[in-house]
Structures are given as structure tokens and as C-alpha cells.
Design a protein around this ligand. Structure first.
Ligand code: 5AD
Ligand code: SF4
Length: 419
């Protein structure tokens, strides 16, 4: 039995797809990379922007055509859009066998297993578990922040932190199976709390796991990022020097309308503290342009902030109204063409800055973790999270932290050799 799984959306989805793969493989199913070879097609969906949902609909259109030619194929939709548009998906795509919402990925696994009537006796031993140097672990689900543009609280539900003991045993198991880096995931990891364990303590506990070399986390909320975390980033050798800190806008008027609960001044203060405590920290961000009421002045504030802060990288999005959110009732008054222009201006500026930053890295030595070797190409990552293609090296370097001399830089990747 072969399955294909395609993922749209954030790292949380990538992580959940990973989990699905793990279980399906343990049940003896084989992962394939194209629909043509699949008995089961799984699509993991996203609802954050309208575009992501359109992408899922067109994917399902293709899957439906494929099923017309291969009627035995099963189609399964999971994730946020499955949660939000369950009825609509079933109505529009009669070919879809199963729609499973984002709030219960664990029962999703059971439902998929049942769909195929696979009994647990076919479950193979752990040997089938996927290995990998850099792995994801979800530490919490949902969000209570209700940023006025965001659909996540409506599809992922209330914020819940997972048991620290369970997270620790998952991380230990991954480390036993070869993981050397773990990325902790949640909509707002800074507000993690399970009984008396807060996020900083969780990092300390995970850092004690033998064999684990690096800990990353995302995503952060500027209103909850505290000195303790900055301190851990500065002092815990396993904590990586990258932080994704969504700014969204640099106009206080817009931040207020977005219900972000911080001012631009507070955001700048955080960046200063981070850069002081963690030299060379790579700060990346998310920005929304064209939020209702965003004037040219508000936009210029954001552009100036991008120029001043010099993010290591950023994602910029055109505002799109989402159902149920409080921004959905505001007048979406920035015309699409203007949103596109603002989007392009930020992207251009950010690309220019990124190229300057990576160009300066040429000639430096970076500590990298060797993550992957595929077709003789070695992929590694710096502590700041930049991808590095390493020219020399062998299989035995996999999972090691090595110093690499950077020889060449492109906007999204560095090239170097082990020193
Ligand atoms: N329109 C545009 N961008 C959005 N984001 C979230 N909701 C919307 C929306 N309605 C962006 C934010 C967030 C990122 C994951 O997606 O920048 O940080
Ligand atoms: Fe959405 Fe805001 Fe929660 Fe992030 S913090 S998931 S943007 S509501």
C-alpha cells in the first residue's frame, strides 16, 4: 500500500505530516512522491490566507481527476482547512473519502488506519521510524491571542500546552533515533506552560538530553518574549541563535488595530536586547501589508523599520480578510494593486539587505550541523539557521557540528568547505 502526503502551510503542518508518515510507515505503508503511484492521497491544508485554501482546492481538483481514472484510490484531507471547510469540501469534492479537522491529528491517524482496515498486527517495529538529524516537536496547540486578522484561533482552538514529560520523552526518543537538532513548535511558544514548567525551563530540560546538539523554536510573540528566554538564548550552548519574531507592522495605529498588544517601540527594545545578549543573532520576521486603514505613512513606517532593523530574512504577506476574524468587518480599503506594490517594495528592500548580510559572511567560519546528504550533496545549517551547501565531507559527518569556511553566498544559501 502506497501513500502520498502533500503539505501546505506552516511548520506545524510539516510536523504533523511527519507524524502521519511515521505511523503509516509503522503500519507497513510506503511513502511515494507522486500521485501516479499512490493508493492513498493525503493533503494537509492551511487556512491562514485565502491563497492557501485556493491552492488546496486546485490540488483536490487534480486528485479528483486522478481518482476518476483510478477509482480505488482514497483521498484524505487533514489540517486547518479540513477543520474550517469540512462541509464545503465534502460537497464540492464527492471523491474525497475522509475530511479530518486540525484539532485532532491523533485521531486522524486512527481514522486513516480504519479507512484501510489495517489491523494492528501488521504494525511493524520501531525500525521503520523515520530518522533525521533535524526534527520537529510540537509543544502546544491553538492560540488565544486573536490578532484581528488571524483565523488560527478559530480553527486550531484554545491554546493548550502539552505535558512537559511527554515532550521530553519524545525528544529523547528522537535523539536516540539519530536526531541532533529539535525545533520546538507552537503558535506562541513564549506562552508555553505546563504545570510549573514554562518555556525557558522546558528548553533547559531538553538541553540536558544527551546527543542532542541544537534546540530551535518557533514562533514567538513580541508581547510574551521575556528576559528569561533571551538569557537562555545567550547562555545555553545548545540554544540556536535564530529567532523568528513577527513584527507585522511598525505603525502603532496598525498594531493596535491588529490587536497585537505591543508598540513598535517595545518591539525595537526587544531587538536591541536580543542583539546585545546574543551577538550575531539572526532575527527574522513576518509583515502584513495593506491591512485595513494602512496609509502610505503607516507603510513608510514599516519600510523604515525594515531598513533600520535589517532582518536576516522576512516573509511579507498581502492582507486578506478571513472569516470570523474581527478585521473581516473592517473595510478592506487598500486596493489590491496597492497591496501588490507595497508587498514588492518590502520584498525588494529585504532581498537587498539579505544579500548584504550573506555577502559579509563570505570569508567567515561558521559552525554548522550536517543535516542531510543527498546525491552526494551535503546540506547543513548555521546556528542562525542559514542553509549551507558543504563541498567536502562524507556520510560519517552526518549529525556532526563542524566548522565550515564560507566561500560563496546566495540570498538563501551559503557554500563552503569543512576546515
Ligand atoms: N492576511 C495576510 N497575512 C496573514 N497572516 C496571518 N493572517 C493573515 C491574513 N489574514 C500572516 C501573519 C502571520 C503569518 C503566519 O501569516 O504575518 O505571522
Ligand atoms: Fe494568529 Fe496572532 Fe495567534 Fe499568531 S498570535 S496564530 S497571528 S492569532
Amino acid at each position: 500500500m502506497n501513500y502520498l502526503i502533500d503539505t501546505i502551510g506552516c511548520q506545524m503542518n510539516v510536523c504533523e505530516s511527519d507524524k502521519l508518515c511515521l505511523v503509516l510507515s509503522a503500519y507497513g505503508m510506503s511513502k511515494v512522491n507522486s500521485m501516479a503511484n499512490a493508493d492513498i492521497v493525503i493533503l494537509n491544508t492551511c487556512s491562514v490566507r485565502a491563497q492557501a485554501e485556493q491552492k488546496a482546492f486546485s490540488y483536490l481538483g487534480r486528485a479528483e481527476e486522478f481518482k476518476q481514472r483510478n477509482p480505488n484510490v482514497k483521498i484524505v484531507v487533514v489540517g486547518c482547512m479540513a477543520e474550517r471547510l469540512d462541509a464545503k469540501i465534502k460537497k464540492r469534492f464527492k471523491s474525497v473519502d475522509l475530511v479530518i479537522g486540525a484539532q485532532d491529528i491523533d485521531s486522524a491517524i486512527l481514522k486513516i488506519i480504519n479507512l484501510f482496515d489495517i489491523n494492528s498486527s501488521s504494525k511493524q517495529k520501531k525500525s521503520n521510524e523515520q530518522s533525521g538529524i533535524a526534527r520537529y516537536v510540537t509543544i502546544m496547540r491553538g492560540c488565544n491571542n486573536y490578532c484581528s486578522y488571524c483565523v488560527v484561533p478559530f480553527v486550531r482552538g484554545k491554546e493548550t500546552s502539552f505535558s512537559a514529560a511527554e515532550i521530553l520523552s519524545e525528544c529523547s526518543l528522537l535523539a536516540q533515533n539519530g536526531a541532533r537538532e529539535i525545533m520546538l513548535l507552537g503558535q506562541n511558544v513564549n506562552s508555553y506552560r505546563y504545570e510549573n514548567v514554562d518555556f525557558t525551563l522546558l528548553i533547559k530540560k531538553i538541553a540536558a538530553i544527551k546527543n542532542l546538539k541544537r534546540i530551535r523554536f518557533m514562533t514567538n510573540h513580541p508581547k510574551d518574549l521575556n528576559d528569561d528566554l533571551i538569557n537562555i538564548m545567550a547562555t545555553e550552548p545548545k540554544a540556536c541563535s535564530h529567532i523568528h519574531l513577527p513584527m507585522q507592522s511598525a505603525s502603532n495605529k496598525i498594531l493596535k488595530a491588529m490587536n497585537r498588544k505591543y508598540t513598535f517601540e517595545h518591539y525595537l527594545e526587544l531587538i536591541k536586547k536580543l542583539r546585545f545578549a546574543v551577538p550575531n543573532v539572526n532575527v527574522t520576521t513576518d509583515i502584513i501589508v495593506g491591512f485595513p486603514g494602512e496609509t502610505e505613512n503607516d507603510f513608510q513606517d514599516t519600510l523604515k523599520a525594515v531598513q533600520e532593523i535589517r532582518f536576516g530574512g522576512l516573509y511579507v504577506f498581502r492582507y486578506s480578510p478571513r472569516p470570523n476574524t474581527t478585521a473581516a468587518v473592517m473595510i478592506d480599503d487598500v486596493p489590491l494593486e496597492e497591496k501588490k506594490r507595497r508587498h514588492a517594495v518590502i520584498l525588494d528592500e529585504s532581498n537587498k539587505i539579505s544579500i548584504e548580510i550573506v555577502s559579509k559572511m563570505v570569508g567567515s567560519t561558521q559552525q554548522v550541523l550536517i543535516e542531510k546528504i543527498e546525491n552526494g550533496i551535503i546540506e547543513a545549517r548555521t546556528r542562525g539557521g542559514r542553509k549551507v551547501f558543504v563541498k567536502n565531507g562524507t556520510e560519517k559527518d552526518l549529525g556532526k557540528q563542524l566548522n565550515v569556511a564560507i566561500k560563496e553566498a546566495k540570498i538563501n544559501s551559503l557554500f563552503g568547505s569543512i576546515v
